[in-house]
Write a protein that binds this ligand. Structure first.
Ligand code: FAD
Length: 316
């Protein structure tokens, strides 16, 4: 069976959910080989990758491969592409993944497709454009297909693979060593889960009214162990940081539960959350388009509804 390389995304030694999604997708295309780059590899990581179908795990965890520096990872993948001639390479369409994909494409003289929401037979990638209104199918016609897939496009399903480990020695160029991390500053946003990985997301929109008012969204999120999201109206107004924007030009989320408070439901917002399992809407306008995709809706003032909801949840 043809080999598909999957670049592992990990943080603090934990394999991120998007990698489990990519392994699931890769199983439908061939035999997945996970590529671990950087420090933090462990037996637990190995077990996780095997659980989701990695037949092989290439491990390059030497000190020269540093977290959050993309050039060494692109060189590692280029080396593996040249040695193994895989049928394709899948990376997560995150900021880091997309940059690695681009660099890898240049190094291997291959085509690259980013922001795919699926990959089918013949490595035909599907992209969703115009806020989900149009789907485009495309295929790389030169070199090794490299596809960056958006997080939450595929539901991760476990199916055991052999998980055979192979250490890889990378011959890094001077260019790959040219940048190094000088400092790491962790964004303090409490102990909230990462937006694209969270099982529950509570998002606020223009209806929240100000940055200070976002504290009521955060309180509800904390009562549920949820991540906080925001509409573009809220991030553009500077009420909440851009990295928490959900939608076409923000993050795609697909949690078990998505609570939207004071968000009208523009197509660009829906594009980033409409595949959520259960959608709960709080909006004072009964005609707001977001009610069309709601499983449960409350027509009411979020400044009354959200604190009451938080209080009830905290009682349990
Ligand atoms: P509004 O549309 O103004 O809605 C506010 C809602 O709050 C209303 O429905 C109102 O009834 C309700 N409300 C007000 N007060 C209260 C209250 N007290 N209690 C309860 N409800 C209340 N948007 C995104 O979100 N993500 C994107 O990634 C994105 N990308 C875009 C890309 C492009 C190219 C373009 C053109 C637009 C994009 N947008 C995106 C913007 C999008 O079109 C909308 O403008 C935006 O989503 C609106 O945000 P909103 O729903 O918070 O605000």
């Amino acid at each position: 069976m043809s080999e598909i390389l999957v670049l592992v995304e990990h943080a603090d030694g934990d394999v991120k959910k998007v990698t489990l999604e990519l392994l699931t997708l890769a199983r439908s295309l061939g035999e997945p080989s996970a590529v671990w780059a950087g420090p933090g590899y462990s037996d637990a990581a190995k077990a996780k990758l095997a659980e989701y179908g990695a037949a092989k795990i290439y491990v390059a965890d030497g000190e020269e491969i540093v977290d959050y520096v993309v050039a060494p990872k692109a060189e590692l993948l280029a080396q593996l592409v040249s040695e193994r001639s895989p049928a394709g390479v899948l990376v997560a369409a995150t900021a880091e993944g997309k940059e690695i994909a681009g660099r890898l494409a240049v190094k291997t003289d291959s085509g690259v497709i980013t922001d795919a929401v699926g990959v089918g037979e013949g490595f035909v990638a599907e992209q969703s454009i115009f806020g989900g209104g149009v789907n485009v199918r495309s295929r790389v016609t030169k070199g090794t297909p490299i596809v960056a897939v958006r997080p939450n496009s595929t539901a991760p399903v476990a199916e055991a693979g052999a998980g055979a480990e192979e250490k890889v020695a990378v011959a890094l160029s001077d260019t790959a060593r040219a940048a190094k991390v000088v400092e790491r500053v962790k964004q303090e946003r409490g102990a909230r889960p990462e937006l694209t990985e969270a099982a529950i997301v509570v998002s606020g929109g223009r209806g929240v009214g100000s940055g200070e008012n976002f504290s009521i969204i955060e309180k509800l999120a904390d009562s549920l162990g949820a991540a906080v999201g925001a509409s573009r109206a809220a991030t553009d107004a500077g009420w909440y940081p851009h990295q928490f924007q959900v939608g076409q030009t923000g993050k795609t989320v697909s949690p078990q539960l998505y609570i939207a408070a004071g968000i009208s439901g523009a197509i660009q917002h829906r594009a980033g959350m409409q595949t959520s399992k259960t959608i709960v809407v709080i909006n004072k306008d009964a005609e707001a388009p977001i009610f069309e995709i709601a499983d449960f809706g409350v027509v009411g003032d979020l400044f009354q509804v959200v604190p009451q909801l938080t209080e009830e949840i905290e009682k349990r």
